[in-house]
Design a protein around this ligand. Structure first.
Ligand SMILES: [Zn+2]
Length: 637
């Protein structure tokens, strides 16, 4: 997540707008109020969409944007100033690109190069070891192609072979230590960290080498899995195994599947299920979910039935979670997951893997069975309810009480009232009790975190304003993609504009982008094609303000599709722009009709002037639909 997105996710736009003196009223899922930027005190023409963190004035200003735009306009600030201000408010630190960080980046690059060398070293040892190759191909069922693709290797059974090899190649002990390839003896001296283990290279989401996971070969060795130590480039809680290969398939399928182990990931990829990742042998973290959500908000956890099953009944979910935090098992903390689900606006589901089988055994047995399993994944609360009830005598009042005591607090935690009602009814049905009877079953909250949460809930109830995390809407993704592509090929802007014109639409402009950071980047790109002093792309790179550098890099990486021809790119751009405009026009039209209705009812004269805007938007929407149909037809022909 970029710094800008992080700030957005932590600031509620309705708070910001209210503090600026605008009285907001609920209007469907949005809020309306009087525009603070123009002075019409007759009809509320100012609308806030908490879900996307955006606002728009349908009155005189006819303008909108995100929290940055709001603050910039309200306080007459430059983007950088608005960024600093809102970062301070959100408690987010803005990374600086000083000389120091450049040097550090170079040091990290060196570390990664060393790790790439180590991969080759371990790989050579694997290819020379028929036993291990036999194990991988036989018991593990991995093809040569998969072994190669995932860069598997073998660390020799010796205390100093890695050490000697790399020392001879000119690396210092310090380098090797920092890369996590060797360890230091208490008595002084160094030794290989990984000995007699299968080596699994771990890359970050951009494919950059970050470290290794290492599995035992000798069943008597411990631990079963050993990872690289935490280094600046290997942070277990922030990496997901396989994401570098899975990110595209996740986008395409609009679904990510999380499994427990490295070998599960490899086996599933080999079977053609490429939208699969795993954590680093530890419990899933919020950072990992955030990272994954950049690619899809639909996330399925494929869990061993035991992980959230009977153990949970006996010990309570919190205790079960602690037990699960051991290395090698994916933690299942229903409450934590639910909280993240709400905060990240993700759709988290759980699929149970049957019969004590591993995913690789399932795909080997029946490839389609995996697809069916994932298809049947359940929402977290349903999953908890069903696993708790499995094999229990639901006629026993004690059992009923036990299950209710675990599930009710989860339900109470859900931010959405409708969801709470639905689950309460489902639980009552399952336990065959009256819904009212479920009220008194809550166990008192433990001190600490839970207390704070309760206070938050009360605070929320007092202001009657649900806290909604900012969603990464599909339009935001479309915006990001357009910017990313144009950044790589600024010259495409002209061709895109001509194409839009052919379809009867106006040229791409900053107003097409809802997010201030995107607007700024777009304006830079536009500027780059209107000057002729510097090469266009270089112009953008050089003019990029510090605050937008990392965002630009992200967008550019995400839009990297070297396999696409320019014609195809152009077509994708056109589709993206039409999509953006259709979504915006549709939403604006809905809102306008609502405002118009309200104005009529209060006998306000502005109602008539809304009519003009409604017509204008209706026409726009019709033109866009026409363009979309023409574009689709053209593709078919
Ligand atoms: Zn206004």
């Amino acid at each position: 997540m970029s710094t800008i997105d992080e700030i957005k996710s932590k600031i509620d736009i309705t708070d910001l707008v209210s503090e600026a003196g605008v009285q907001l009223r609920h209007a469907g899922k949005n809020y309306t109020g009087f525009c603070p930027f123009h002075d019409n005190k007759h009809t509320p023409a100012f609308v806030v969409w908490p879900e996307t963190g955006t606002w728009r004035c349908f009155g005189q200003c006819n303008e909108g944007g995100d929290i940055f735009k709001f603050i910039m306009k309200r306080e007459n600030l430059e983007f950088k100033e608005a960024l600093d201000k809102l970062a301070g408010r959100a408690g987010v630190e803005i990374p600086t690109y000083s000389k120091h960080t450049l040097e550090q980046k170079e040091a990290y690059d060196n570390l990664r190069t060393l790790l790439e060398d180590a991969l080759i070293f371990y790989r050579r040892h694997l290819l020379a070891n028929a036993n291990i190759l036999g194990y991988l191909g036989g018991k593990r069922g991995l093809s040569d192609a998969a072994i190669e693709t995932f860069g598997l290797g073998y660390a020799p059974n010796a205390w100093d072979s890695t050490l000697t090899h790399f020392t001879q190649r000119g690396y210092s002990n310090q380098d090797l230590l920092e890369a996590g390839l060797i360890s230091e003896r208490e008595s002084g001296g160094y030794f290989d960290r990984f000995r007699n283990r299968i080596m699994i290279p771990i890359r970050d989401e951009n494919g950059k080498m970050s470290g290794f996971g290492a599995r035992i070969v000798d069943p008597n060795d411990v631990p079963k899995f050993l990872n690289s130590p935490e280094t600046p480039i290997f942070s277990k809680g922030r990496l997901l195994y396989g994401l570098d290969r899975a990110r595209k398939p996740i986008r395409v399928a609009d679904q990510a599947v999380i499994v427990e182990g490295y070998f599960d990931v490899i086996a599933l990829h080999q079977a053609g299920y490429e939208n699969v990742v795993s954590p680093m042998g530890t419990a899933l973290t919020e950072d990992q979910l955030r990272l994954l959500k950049r690619f899809s908000r639909r996330i399925v956890l494929a869990l061993d039935p035991d992980t959230a099953g009977q153990k949970a009944v006996l010990r309570g979910l919190d205790a079960a979670r602690q037990a699960m935090d051991r290395e090698g098992e994916l933690g299942f903390d229903a409450r934590g997951l639910l909280r993240n689900e709400a905060r990240l606006q993700a759709d988290l589901r759980v699929a149970s893997i049957p019969d004590d089988l591993d995913p690789d055994e399932i795909v080997t047995r029946d490839r389609d069975e995996w697809a069916r399993l994932i298809e049947s994944a359940k929402p977290i609360v349903t999953h908890v309810m069903e696993t708790l009830a499995a094999g229990q005598n639901l006629g026993d009042p004690k059992v009923k009480n036990q299950i209710a005591a675990q599930v009710v607090p989860l339900i109470e935690d859900l931010p959405n009232a409708l969801e709470r009602d639905t689950y309460r009814q489902a639980l009552a049905r399952m336990l065959r009790v009256d819904e009212g009877a479920l009220a008194g079953t809550q166990t008192p909250p433990p001190r600490g975190r839970r207390m704070r949460d309760t206070q938050n809930v009360q605070k929320q109830a007092a202001t009657e304003k649900p806290k909604v995390a900012v969603t990464v809407s599909s339009s935001k993704k479309a915006e990001a993609y357009i910017i990313g592509v144009l950044f790589r090929n600024p010259g495409l802007i002209y061709r895109l504009d001509r194409l839009l014109q052919e379809y009867g639409l106006i040229a791409l402009n900053a107003e097409d982008f809802e997010h201030t950071d995107h607007q700024m980047l777009f304006e830079l790109i536009r500027e780059s094609v209107e000057q002729d002093k510097t090469e266009q792309h270089a112009f953008v790179v050089e003019s990029l303000p510090e605050s937008l550098q990392s965002l630009m890099q992200d967008l550019s990486t995400q839009a990297d599709k070297p396999e696409l021809l320019e014609e195809k790119l152009l077509e994708e751009l056109l589709r993206g722009v039409i999509k953006l405009r259709r979504v915006a026009a549709g939403e604006n039209l809905n809102q306008l009709r609502f405002l118009q209705e309200e104005a009529y009812q209060s006998g306000d004269l502005r109602a008539a002037s809304y009519q003009g805007l409604v017509l204008q938007h209706t026409r726009l929407l019709r033109d866009l639909d026409q363009a979309y149909r023409r574009m689709t037809l053209k593709r078919v022909n």
